[in-house]
Design a protein around this ligand. Sequence first.
Ligand SMILES: CC(C)(COP(=O)(O)OP(=O)(O)OC[C@H]1O[C@@H](n2cnc3c(N)ncnc32)[C@H](O)[C@@H]1OP(=O)(O)O)[C@@H](O)C(=O)NCCC(=O)NCCS
Length: 458
Amino acid sequence: MFSRRLSTLRVPLARQASSQATLRKVLEEVVPVKQERLKKLKAEHGQAVLGDVKVENLIGGMRGLKSILWEASVLDPNEGIRFHGRTIPECQKVLPPAPGGNEMTAESMLWLLMTGQVPTPEQSRDLSRELAEKGELPTTITHLIDSLPPTLHPMTQLGIGVAALNHDSAFQSAYERGIKKTEYWHYALEDALTLIARLPALAARIYRNIYHPGTTLPPLNKDLDLVGNYTQMLGFGDNKDLTEYLRLYIALHGDHEGGNASAHTSHLVGSTLSDPFLSYSAALFALAGPLHGLANQEVLRWQLAMQKELGSGHEVSHEDIKAYLWKTLKSGQVVPGYGHGVLRAPDPRFIALQEFCDARPDLLKSPTISLVKKTYEVAPDVLKEHGKTKNPYPNVDATSGCVLYHYGLKEFKYYTVIFGVSRALGCLTQIVWARALGLPIERPKSLSMDAVESLIGK
Ligand SMILES: CC(C)(COP(=O)(O)OP(=O)(O)OC[C@H]1O[C@@H](n2cnc3c(N)ncnc32)[C@H](O)[C@@H]1OP(=O)(O)O)[C@@H](O)C(=O)NCCC(=O)NCCS
């Protein structure tokens, strides 16, 4: 009863007239089915064993420990990510693009992540319209962001802005009013959609303030999808290829299982019943680490330094790249864009972005992108010979920033912000589902060395 009232109140008239089920309506059908499934799993198999905990798990960043319930995506070490069972090429085939485009939209990926279903083009467009309608930033937030020094890292600014958006949290105010646990997810969903809707305006304002002060952001266009609006607000709206690239990039980065640092962080913070804004702002600060989301900025810095020393990708030899890789490794640094906590093969997201480049002659001519390609031809063997990393292959960040650079978005300190706009799709989906499934506050057991030694009988 509650949810029907909420959706009637909040869904604009234009969409109520649509013959297609809204995201809320679909979720109202899907949630009880999963709730029942989880109840049964807990009742019938609550004591079943899923694996061992070894000392190496405890001291090795919990690698491989099966300890988080996460619905939207599963990461296979060799095959890469699947979103509700669908590979990246499968998603590219079935998820609706924006009108006039080819790449799947953020909205259609969000729909898939949230519901496990493929939206119709009309459902995806309705969602785009809803997000555009609620995407303007409140003036309190624009004032806050405008008051930050332009020297403050864009990711710090994004995290501050997202946290402050909780000023209008539906979840927080409903909780304060006193609602039943079974109603949490409805309000978490409202906040999730509000946050996803406002992220482009927030992220674009940060970009303009830091790199193009004094320029005016265009208003949100209700006929554009989330990424279409984002590129308009960044000032690249005329570049159709960049818009398409960002659609692909943002959909692909939307989710990568639950154990990665940003996803795990939002899950943990959300488990305390912190609202979705606070939970996701915490995730953004995990994303801001160089071993995680900041890697795309690091890759570009590293590629440009290599290009400066060796010349453009068209001229440089494989031998020179090899020598440069060894120089990086011998100086004790990691090769950015290579390795992964779970993957043991080239990242299919890297491959999807490479295919995007291969289909565009102007990208193939780019000296940086050809250097990425040549690096890929030699780096795995060098890393294998180096012998440390368990995965000598490229991850998505090996190429992601170089394409942005080519299209003129050259401020690479900003790249992780784009990742932050994207990762909201998966993290916020999980917050909605964690509340829908009634998952409790996280509280794993920690052990001292004394305790470990005594447990293993030393
Ligand atoms: C992603 C990353 C953090 C995963 O770390 P991980 O799970 O600890 O990886 P591994 O288990 O393979 O690490 C084993 C060793 O190989 C090293 N290693 C991993 N990737 C490496 C790389 N790209 N270059 C050089 N050394 C690397 C690690 O630093 C570690 O060394 P140590 O034993 O001296 O601490 C790591 O591969 C990395 O730092 N990559 C570069 C940054 C990057 O691209 N991040 C984006 C990830 S999507």
